[in-house]
Design a protein around this ligand. Structure first.
Ligand SMILES: *Cc1c(COP(=O)(O)O)cnc(C)c1O
Length: 424
């Protein structure tokens, strides 16, 4: 077997959209980006959508938009991909890390305890596509005592007059919260369209705005679009039209716009998302759940409840009582059988940059516990039934070897699985 972890979905409709862009001879920001923004806006039911060239640049943009700078603090979970905190560092501000809950997501009580007069924003991460407890987070930012601590030092901060709630929705396009798109819960929700995400543009991201009514969403959209283009008052497309050559630079922006050639990929995928790509991921998650549910070591990832539903971006399997070393061995053993897996995530305090800055892993025990026994299994629309039927017994056998159960029987199983792996 040779089962990759997360190949991009590229079918004829994706190829056709990209070819259409090439044939139209307009490859940078233009009609395809507009169409993608419009379609993301429709599926999320948010007020405005701005496409950018990555989640990371989108987060830097929104923190800068809010006036986050040196001396400010932004609360983030210790358990996430490091971009969540790096975006804060890029603005000169301090990421304040807090621990997570058993469901992988930021702990609202820890958030509340971490708030100071310097706190400007909270970035909550929907790990694996599972929405955070947004009701609790909103209660925190709207709490009277928390609001009294807020010191506004920019125009946008003054207008909002409280902590900005940002969703790192890099994993969670299509997730729902109280039967509505989860993207409607935060002031700002940012998707990643990186190659491994549910929807991809090779590299890219989308910012959804849900600001309170004192903000003029159309004006913010126009301003943010300029911000993605060096603060230039005209994009390349409008400049390309003969007499419109003259432009101005109104402020110091960034250069983080999404090209049409990239948007084309996402546009084709998004049109298949609700009816094909997302239900196919859900089907695989269900099969994994059913395949593992009788194992007493199985800790299911949160997938669906009465209030929330994941978009099944990852299947973060956890094994009860497993050490980090045993987990690493299982990953190697699965790899020897031709199954690529992954770990989401190495908590940030374990990474050199953050260790050197003084963050300590002991301060985040739940993040460590979630990490040490976690293995993310392949989950994507192209995964076949044959592959799923191979992955499930392989995982069970490799786990049982580490847990030292029925070692003889399992070793025979593994020999058979290895033969199957070679044969196919
Ligand atoms: C992928 C990812 C990001 C970064 O996305 P880019 O588009 O690569 O910048 C941020 N946060 C999380 C949780 C991610 O998984």
């Amino acid at each position: 077997m040779n089962i990759p972890f997360s190949p991009p979905f590229i079918d004829q409709s994706v190829v056709d959209q990209v070819l259409d862009t090439l044939n139209n001879k307009w490859i940078t920001t233009g009609p395809k980006v507009k169409a993608l923004e419009q379609e993301v806006k429709v599926i999320t039911g948010t007020d405005q959508v701005i496409c950018v060239n990555s989640w990371t640049s989108g987060a830097i943009l929104m923190l800068k938009w809010f006036g986050v700078k040196a001396g400010d603090e932004v609360i983030v979970p210790a358990y996430t991909y490091s971009a969540t905190a790096l975006a804060v560092l890029h603005c000169g501000a301090t990421p304040v890390m807090v621990d997570v809950l058993e469901d992988f997501n930021i702990d609202p009580e820890k958030v509340k305890a971490a708030i100071t007069t310097r706190t400007k924003a909270i970035i909550a991460v929907d790990i694996a596509g599972w929405p955070c407890d947004y009701a609790a987070l909103k209660e925190v930012i709207n709490d009277h005592h928390v609001q009294k601590k807020f010191r506004s030092t920019s125009d946008k901060q003054q207008l909002l007059n409280r902590i900005l709630l940002i969703s790192d929705a890099a994993h969670s396009i299509g997730s729902t919260y109280l039967n509505k798109p989860a993207a409607q819960n935060c002031d700002v929700t940012i998707f990643s369209f990186h190659a491994v995400k549910n929807i991809t543009t090779a590299e890219g991201g989308a910012i959804c705005l849900n600001l309170p009514k004192q903000f003029d969403h159309e004006a913010e959209y126009a301003y943010l679009k300029m911000y993605t283009l060096n603060g230039q008052n005209k994009d390349a497309l409008s400049k390309s039209r003969g007499a419109g050559w003259r432009y101005d630079i109104l402020f110091q922006g960034l250069k983080i716009n999404m090209p049409d050639i990239c948007a084309a990929i996402g546009l084709a995928q998004l049109r298949k998302y609700d009816n094909d790509l997302l239900p196919q991921r859900k089907e695989i998650a269900k099969k994994y759940f059913e395949g593992f549910q009788d194992q007493d070591w199985f800790i299911s990832p949160p997938l669906v409840s009465t209030q929330r539903e994941s978009c099944y971006h990852l299947f973060p399997l956890r094994v009860k009582g497993l050490s980090e070393e045993q987990r690493d061995q299982i990953i190697d053993d699965l790899s020897a059988l031709g199954i690529a897996t992954n770990v989401h995530f190495i908590p940030m305090p374990m990474l050199t940059l953050f260790k050197n800055m003084g963050y300590k892993m002991e301060d985040y025990p739940m993040a460590y516990q979630n990490y040490a026994c976690e293995i993310s299994l392949p989950i994507y629309p192209q995964l076949t039934q044959t592959e799923i039927d191979f992955i499930i017994p392989s995982v069970i056998s490799c786990v049982q070897i580490q847990l030292n159960r029925n070692i003889k029987v399992i070793e025979t199983n593994v020999v058979e699985l290895k033969q199957m792996a070679v044969a196919s």
